[in-house]
Design a protein around this ligand. Structure first.
Ligand SMILES: [Zn+2]
Ligand SMILES: [Zn+2]
Length: 146
């Protein structure tokens, strides 16, 4: 499936299906999206490629390692590669093709904004589980790649 930023200069492709996702309620994701939480998934780097406009992506990284990549023209959040693993973070809102992934994990539930009052379904973590445990939930047991 294909994703793109708001202005269309940045385009990318995720191969395979996206059927599980997570919501992160941490204060950084809240700032990044200026919203209650981020809706995203994580795929193997081999399943991701830029189609167009990669050179127009601004890469911002906090000292903690938290990354935000965005289109330099329109500011839309675009995927970013995890620093320490061959994995790519995919923000669901950028995907063009209609996808209907199930949100199976909530991260940083203890950091929710007071106005983020939706009922949380799926596995709810007060903070963040280990990466292996997290990937197993997103990709269905064992964290194996296709
Ligand atoms: Zn753009
Ligand atoms: Zn977060």
């Amino acid at each position: 499936m294909v994703g793109r930023c708001l202005c269309g200069r940045v385009r990318y492709e995720v191969s395979g299906s996206v059927d599980r996702a997570y919501q992160c309620h941490c204060s950084l994701c809240r700032k990044q999206g200026s919203s209650a939480s981020s809706f995203a998934t994580i795929v193997a780097a081999a399943d991701f490629r830029w189609l167009q406009g990669e050179q127009g992506v601004t890469r911002f990284r906090k000292r903690s390692g938290f990354s935000s990549y965005f289109c330099s023209n329109c500011g839309a959040t675009v995927p970013n590669q995890l620093r320490t693993n061959p994995l790519v973070w995919i923000p669901l809102g950028g995907l063009e093709t209609s996808v209907s992934p199930r949100v199976v994990v909530h991260l940083y539930a203890d950091s929710r904004a007071p106005w983020d009052t939706d009922q949380l379904a799926g596995r709810v973590y007060a903070e963040m589980p280990g990466l292996d445990e997290f990937m197993a939930l997103l990709h269905g047991g064992g964290g194996q790649e296709r």
